[in-house]
Design a protein around this ligand. Structure first.
Ligand code: SAH
Length: 260
């Protein structure tokens, strides 16, 4: 990410996600922006401006765009929680996006949704490329960080029903993150999203910010700690775990910022 003097814009959908980041920041300053408080400050000696966007693709894309213009930001970051899709992953694990897809965008046919690339004309070969990819050199650096970070255990009393029998360390992996204007609360949909998109996690903002970043010519980093597994229990797991796992994303982001 270029020019170290320009701040990074960090977009959090929910207050819990922003609060976790504020805990790790210094030199805090609050300003009003789009009807909410944004926090300016330092994270590991880098200037950041952190906004709570509200939930969903439109809120996130508008916030990211206006924030980047208002504060002259050098990159866009989304930090928060997500539903896990990869059966290897559990609540408390973290996915850093190497690629992002808007899973709810496309043409609705009898056989289901045929995905197209958002933002391009609906004819021609461009529409087949549905993936917003993170630049290979950035992926390489993020991969090295993912391989080398440990997160503290979740509070013992809070272990999910779905926790593996043998306790294991929380994982931090690179993966594909899906975004759509839907909270996924279905085993059938969870399996379909994992299979059709080879995806690791699903949330509601990241790929919209990736599209905004592509238009603005800004790099995008998306960090998501899993609050649930997007299945039939996700509506119970999400409120139970959101505040406990949000700091995981913030800790991984702090490490990323330190090393970028
Ligand atoms: N249940 C809340 C809404 C939460 S939406 C309410 O009633 O107000 C879930 C938020 O966390 C979104 O910002 C999204 O990015 C992320 N998320 C976590 N788990 C998700 C899931 N299973 N499906 C989609 N988004 C999820």
């Amino acid at each position: 990410m270029s020019s170290q003097s320009a701040p990074l814009a960090v977009i959090c959908a929910m207050p819990e996600e922003k609060a976790a980041l504020r805990e790790l920041m210094t030199d805090l300053e609050t300003r009003r922006f789009l009807g909410r408080d944004v926090t300016l400050g330092r994270l590991e000696d880098h200037d950041v401006v952190v906004a709570e966007s509200g939930i969903g693709k439109v809120a996130a894309a508008v916030t990211a765009t206006l924030l980047s213009r208002e504060f002259g930001c050098r990159g866009l970051v989304v930090s928060g929680v997500a539903g896990g899709l990869d059966p290897e992953l559990h609540i408390g694990d973290t996915v850093i996006a190497h690629s992002l897809v808007q899973h709810d965008y496309g043409q609705l046919q009898d056989s289901g949704l045929k995905s197209f690339r958002p933002g391009v004309p609906p004819l021609g070969p461009d529409r087949q490329d549905i993936v917003f990819s993170v630049a290979p050199d950035l992926v390489e650096r993020l991969q090295a960080i993912a391989a080398d970070i440990d997160l503290p255990d979740l509070p013992a009393g809070l272990l999910p029903q779905s926790a593996p029998k043998a306790w294991r360390r929380r994982r931090v992996v690179m993966g594909r993150v899906l975004s759509g204007d839907q909270f996924i609360n279905s085993d059938i949909e969870r399996r379909r999203l994992h299979r059709d998109f080879a995806a690791h996690a699903v949330e509601m903002e990241g790929a919209a910010v990736a599209q905004a970043g592509a238009l603005l010519g800004l790099p995008v980093v998306v960090v998501r700690c899993l609050s649930d597994l997007a299945g039939v229990d996700s509506h119970l797991d999400f409120p139970r775990f959101v505040a406990a796992v949000a700091p995981g994303a913030a800790l991984v982001l702090r490490r990323i910022v330190r090393e970028l």
